[in-house]
Design a protein around this ligand. Structure first.
Ligand SMILES: *Cc1c(COP(=O)(O)O)cnc(C)c1O
Length: 474
């Protein structure tokens, strides 16, 4: 061992200590509080912050982590963490990531990570097969849904305006227009902004009573835009809107897009995992017709962050958008991932996915997702059965949006405040954590059952906590 390197003498002791921190955290994930109750300023004073010109050694640093970091982590894997669409990571996913970090592969070309490159090919093939894509399709693992949609829309732009990657959109004659439902994720607008299309050119199509894009309105808007001299080039359909879990009528939209030469991208960041189930396959009927799909393994596939996956139906389009050489696309050529996406130096996001899927088997993950959907339906039933609670969105995937409306004396503004107060008290109790959502301009409470640990008992307890707290507002 050289003394002038950064190697450490007691590597085995340090690794064991570090692993033990993770082990204890995971073992205690179900204990309270779900969200640590500490103000940011206070925490800022607790965590070491002076620029460290002299080190304290790894063992001391691990002690620091145990004392001043672990207690202030949100217990995302807690069975009563039902917020946003951050899912509980599976332990095998976490173990896979720990191994991955230790091996530190950089799969931008084969030699920088031979096994990692091949594993990425394999994982992309798995997702292609799950979503009904064929051999001609390709894809890449990215940081999440936002980057997935950005990547897909950049390919769509290049296909519709070949040469944009080199010439930019300086000479554009007909402004490009994107279509989404008016409850889609902000990442579509972000992609349009970054790609020079501009978020003003993202048309927000109203939704129907089931929170699905109103197809007639889409048709009308496209027609209108063509008349006005715009270039309708891309529709982004939702497979699970973040708040409502709503899935658009993909089949109908896909046929319309094919007929009108419009690129169809599916944002399946949230509910992509449901493709494993019969119910999900029905909901997402026609998804294989789309030109591109993004889905988040770090959401409903229970993979630890970060892991997003973008699939392009015609792999050649992805290559032609991002190639770093002049070589013409040849389907037989092995993939160097630096020619298939935005990043060069990149982590292997495939490794933890490969490891977790291989460890559990997808049948097992399917069972969990099915149960998540049952839990959501069961919870919605409880809400509907009570005369004080109102169900705001029909359950399609795993999200349930509801509202406490004890009597008709409160106006909307007061009711909005009540929902937030209930959520705040629940959070302070440390027993469970749910987030608010805005649905049709009203604040609602949202429970997202995309957690592999949540049981029926947890569900009943969460309902009881909410009922107990809400009594104050009768
Ligand atoms: C979470 C989410 C995104 C964004 O994905 P990130 O992984 O957070 O970047 C996009 N669309 C929907 C519907 C989502 O739920």
């Amino acid at each position: 061992m050289q003394l002038d390197s950064l190697d450490i003498k007691n590597l085995d002791i340090c690794l064991n200590k570090a692993i033990n921190v993770v082990k204890n955290y995971m073992e205690n994930i179900s204990t309270e509080p779900v969200i640590p109750n500490i103000q940011r300023e206070e925490l800022n004073n607790l965590i070491y912050k002076d620029i460290p010109f002299e080190g304290i050694g790894v063992e001391n640093a691990i002690e620091d982590v145990k004392n001043t970091i672990v207690p202030y982590c949100s217990k995302i894997g807690n069975p009563k963490f039902l917020s946003w669409i951050i899912t509980s990571p599976s332990p095998a996913g976490t173990i896979g990531e720990i191994l991955n970090v230790g091996l530190n592969q950089v799969p931008f070309c084969y030699k920088s990570g031979p096994a990692a490159t091949v594993i990425e090919d394999i994982v992309i093939d798995w997702f292609k097969s799950l979503f009904g894509y064929n051999d001609k399709s390709g894809g890449i693992l990215v940081s999440g849904g936002t980057m997935g949609t950005l990547t897909a829309l950049s390919v769509a732009r290049e296909v519709h305006m070949p040469g944009t990657m080199t010439k930019g959109i300086q000479n554009i004659k007909k402004p490009l227009v994107v279509y989404v439902s008016n409850i889609s994720h902000k990442s579509v607008e972000t992609a349009a902004s970054v790609l020079g299309i501009g978020s003003d050119f993202v048309r927000k199509i109203p939704v129907d009573s089931n929170f699905k894009m109103n197809f007639k309105e889409l048709e009308k808007q496209v027609e209108k835009d063509i008349t006005l001299g715009f270039h309708p080039f891309c529709v982004v359909a939702q497979a699970g809107t973040s708040n409502e879990g709503a899935v658009d009528d993909i089949d109908t939209i896909a046929d319309f897009c094919n007929k009108n030469n419009i690129w169809l991208h599916i944002d399946a960041a949230f509910a992509g995992g449901a493709i494993l189930t019969e119910r999900g396959k029905k909901l997402m009927k026609g998804i294989e017709k789309a030109d591109s799909i993004s889905t988040d393994p770090h959401k409903w596939f229970f993979i630890p962050v970060e892991a997003g996956c973008v699939l392009i139906k015609n792999k050649e389009h992805l290559y032609n958008t991002y190639k770093t050489t002049n070589k013409t696309f040849n389907h037989e050529d092995p993939v160097d991932y630096m020619n298939y996406g935005i990043q060069f130096t990149r982590a292997s996001r495939a490794f933890k996915i490969w490891f977790a899927f291989r460890s559990y088997g997808l049948n097992k993950i399917e069972q969990i997702i099915d149960k998540n959907m049952d839990l959501a339906e069961e919870f919605a039933k409880k809400i509907t059965a009570s005369d004080k609670w109102q169900l705001v969105t029909p359950v399609q995937t795993s999200a349930v949006c509801f509202r406490y409306v004890p009597n008709s004396n409160y106006n909307d503004e007061e009711l909005n405040k009540i929902q937030n107060k209930i959520l705040y008290e629940l959070e302070l109790s440390g027993k469970a954590f749910l987030s608010p959502a805005i649905i049709k301009n009203k604040t609602v409470i949202r429970a997202c059952f995309s957690n592999h640990r949540t049981s029926y008992e947890d569900l009943n307890l969460v309902f009881k906590y909410l009922s107990d707290i809400s009594k104050k507002f009768n």
